[in-house]
Design a binder for this molecule. Structure first.
Ligand code: ADP
Length: 243
């Protein structure tokens, strides 16, 4: 086995645009005897229109790697660049959209308010932000949730609103951190449908971290994480078979 992960763009995607490049990236939480090496010497790249499952058991470093790819966590060593974005995309929801693992909606805003909020931060007027927010909710079949507050939504419904929030800002890279981790199988499948639809509609790359092989089977490429190391890549077709 190779001592460190090295994955290069898969030209079968028909695109060579590199969105994220990680070179020997590592992240350690804490110092000294309490230090935890969450990600260890990972080299990989995510290209435009990728459909990628980041697999591995709980604690293997998937969230930390995704957060670094989003620019939300800084590597403790190695180099992380975003060649197509012109710099760290944190705070640029038109470049990278993140669907977080747990609840991420603002509790005091209804679904429409949550979806429109980043658009207002981007400089849209309240009216334009609401219009685009409504479009995103409608497109994902969630129009009826517009006036619902987060605590009136189930976990699966809240995840779909969070995906509508990503769709509304139109990023080129969607990073979803265990988006089905707390959902039953059927609801989880629906959330993955919605994510794939959003990525297709935006022509965006999609990276989903998951420990669920059924989720991974919906994506064309798999990366496997173990103890902070990206140790193996397995290309699969849509049914999870090797091409
Ligand atoms: P995964 O997403 O695969 O479950 P994580 O990236 O969340 O993995 O965690 C990788 C390792 O880093 C685990 O051992 C976890 O306990 C540790 N870790 C994650 N976040 C923190 C933190 N904020 N402080 C200390 N350790 C952390």
């Amino acid at each position: 086995m190779h001592p460190k992960s090295t994955f290069r763009p898969d030209i079968s995607h028909g695109a060579t645009e590199i969105l994220v490049q990680c070179t020997d990236v590592a992240h350690t939480y804490g110092l000294g005897s309490t230090a935890v090496v969450a990600v260890n010497a990972v080299t990989c790249s995510v290209i435009g229109r990728a459909r990628l499952a980041l697999m591995g058991p709980s604690g293997s470093g998937k969230s930390t790697l995704l957060h670094m790819m989003a620019g939300l966590e800084i590597p403790t060593s190695g180099a992380l660049t975003w060649p197509s974005f012109g710099g760290n995309p944190a705070g640029m929801p038109e470049q990278v959209g993140v669907v977080f693992q747990g609840p991420s909606l603002i509790p005091s805003l209804d679904s429409l308010g949550n979806v429109a909020f980043p658009l207002v931060l981007q400089g849209l007027s309240d009216m334009d932000a609401e219009r685009r927010g409504n479009q995103a909710l409608e497109e994902l079949g969630l129009g009826w949730m517009a006036k619902k507050l987060p605590d009136e939504l189930s976990g699966g419904q809240a995840q779909r609103v969070a995906i509508a929030r990503v769709l509304a800002t139109g990023p080129r890279l969607i990073l979803a951190d265990e988006p089905t981790g707390q959902l039953d199988r059927e609801t989880g499948q629906h959330v993955i449908d919605v994510l794939l639809h959003a990525a297709d509609r935006l022509d965006a790359a999609l990276v989903i971290s998951t420990h669920d092989p059924e989720v991974a089977d919906r994506l064309s490429e798999r990366w496997l994480m173990n103890d902070g190391t990206l140790r193996e890549a397995e290309l699969t077709d849509q049914k999870g078979n090797r091409p």
